[in-house]
Design a binder for this molecule. Structure first.
Ligand code: 5GP
Ligand code: MG
Length: 176
């Protein structure tokens, strides 16, 4: 498959994704049975994963959406913050829904930010965890698939804006 001049191969099929998402929902139902978690899907990449996951959940839950934004840190580097939060997270059991953990820097920032806002607990459900992210001290509680470091698209994830609509996940073929 060609996208923006790159070659991609099918990597995770729609049926694999569906089965795994169902398992994640079962685990979350079990862990949150006495709670009412606030699910926070991080747009745009997680929109399909979040919809499929949330449809499978049986536990009462709230849902609100956030986005990442980058800003210049005082030391010059790009820092990440979350925007669009229109729900109080104070005292809430927050479950952040992310498409992919690459370096893990984004997750680390988001976790700190929500704890500062008084969240009772902050956990992550991440569909895809790249191998290199394991160096990061942040460990998502729920992980869909552990994958190699190559770029992926589909099932909500894009490459330069394209590919979000693909039902399967595709991985780039280096020099393909
Ligand atoms: P991190 O802060 O963990 O390095 O970056 C995570 C973000 O980078 C993800 O939320 C996603 O937007 C983007 N990203 C990282 N790897 C990939 C990838 O393989 N494919 C796509 N489409 N986005 C990626
Ligand atoms: Mg993301």
């Amino acid at each position: 498959m060609k996208l923006n001049g790159l070659t991609f191969k099918k990597y995770l099929t729609a049926s694999h994704l569906k089965n795994r998402v169902k398992k994640l929902a079962e685990k979350i139902d079990l862990d949150y049975q006495k709670k009412t978690p606030l699910l926070l899907p991080v747009l745009n990449g997680s929109f399909i994963f979040a919809a499929d996951l949330i449809k499978q959940l049986k536990v009462p839950c709230k849902v609100s959406f956030v986005k990442h934004a980058s800003y210049e840190g005082t030391a010059g580097g790009q820092l990440k913050t979350i925007i669009g939060l229109n729900e109080s997270v104070f005292g809430q059991d927050v479950l952040i829904v992310e498409d992919i953990m690459d370096t893990g820097e984004t997750l680390k920032r988001v976790s700190e930010e929500l704890k500062n806002l008084g969240a009772k607990s902050v956990e992550f459900v991440v569909l895809l965890q790249k191998e290199k992210s394991k160096k990061n001290p942040i460990k998502p509680k729920y992980i869909g698939f552990e994958i190699t470091n190559e770029f992926v698209v589909g099932y909500g994830l894009d490459h330069n804006g394209l590919g979000r609509n693909f039902p399967d996940v595709y991985q780039v073929v280096p020099n393909g």
